[in-house]
Design a protein around this ligand. Structure first.
Ligand code: UTP
Length: 289
């Protein structure tokens, strides 16, 4: 089956970014000249997806507005003869079909994904976390879709992390069946030191079979009283096969202060308007350290 839909949960509280995220969704914080969420939607578009399903909450309407058509702005920019800017704004609203579903309470990532069940229906779908950025030549989602077209089973994107940091992640264990691809045997959420030999950590990109919805419905709240996606993934991997894919690219957790700053530097160094000046500035700064 073809992957046509991408679910992007953005209903979290964003406590790691307070007070910046008090009145502005953290997904709307700027990386150079566009909000984090736009890079994520652009990755989805570049991967050939037809529809984005945003899982939103109170206070996140700026995200919906960002992908909507703004008639007044369009008219004002056109009157001021700022044609290129007006076209760029129309381009954002024409990027992709966006549907949004409200998660009334932040009951966890698993619950947020379950909220998408009626819009997704009975087909495999992508999930991208609204604050996880990946910089790569070939879009990370496209890499995963290519693998899905071969294996037709659920896939989690993983990256190697230092062994002493594994306790911060969901960790997969299994056998390498070919370059970058692991058939999963076991998954552990935030393992205590010494309890896993694997350093393969799950990041915010998934392709899931729709069986996940029934599993999530029966999943009881876990760590932090939230419905955890990892608990449901474990059940799904036991029911059907599941693969981990070591994607080609660099991932940034833009929901975290240091990850956000690293993302700004990496994306600025690739931005055609500013890369040279910014690179000179960084060299100058490095000389002063
Ligand atoms: P995070 O773990 O980053 O949580 O969620 P958070 O609330 O956004 O941020 P912190 O940790 O308090 O700073 C991972 C993803 O799951 C979504 C978030 O929006 C983010 O994209 N999420 C989380 C929901 O949509 N609903 C939830 O109930 C929880």
């Amino acid at each position: 089956m073809k992957i046509r839909k991408a679910v992007i949960p953005v209903a979290g509280l964003g406590t790691r970014f307070l007070p910046a995220s008090k009145a502005i969704p953290k997904e709307m914080l700027t990386i150079v000249d566009r909000p984090t969420i736009q890079y994520i939607v652009e990755e989805v578009v570049a991967s050939g997806i037809d529809q984005v399903i945003l899982i939103t909450s109170e206070g996140k309407s700026a995200i919906e507005n960002h992908f909507d058509y703004n008639f007044h702005l369009d008219r004002a920019l056109t009157e001021k003869k700022k044609t290129r800017l007006a076209e760029e704004m129309r381009h954002i609203s024409n990027l992709i079909d966006v549907v949004s579903v409200r998660q009334k309470k932040p009951l966890g990532l698993g619950h947020a994904i379950w909220m998408a069940r009626n819009v997704v229906g009975n087909e495999p779908f992508l999930v991208l976390l609204g604050d996880d950025l990946v910089l790569s030549e070939k879009p990370c989602c496209k890499q995963m879709i290519d693998l899905f077209n071969e294996v037709q089973e659920s896939i989690v994107a993983v990256q190697q992390v230092p062994m002493e940091q594994t306790y911060q992640y969901g960790i997969v264990e299994g056998k390498n069946i070919k370059e970058r691809v692991i058939k999963i045997d076991r998954m552990v959420e935030k393992p205590a030191p010494g309890t896993t030999m694997s350093d393969m950590a799950i990041i915010g990109r998934y392709i899931l079979q729709p069986d996940i919805f029934d599993i999530l419905e029966k999943t009881t709240p876990g760590h932090g009283g939230e419905i955890q996606l990892t608990d449901a993934l474990l059940a799904l991997s036991n029911k059907r096969g599941m693969y981990a894919y070591e994607f080609d690219g660099t991932r940034f957790d833009a929901g975290d202060k240091i990850g956000y700053l690293k993302a700004i530097i990496a994306f600025a160094l690739r931005h055609p308007d500013i890369c040279e000046d910014f690179s000179d500035y960084l060299k100058e700064m490095a000389g002063q350290l």
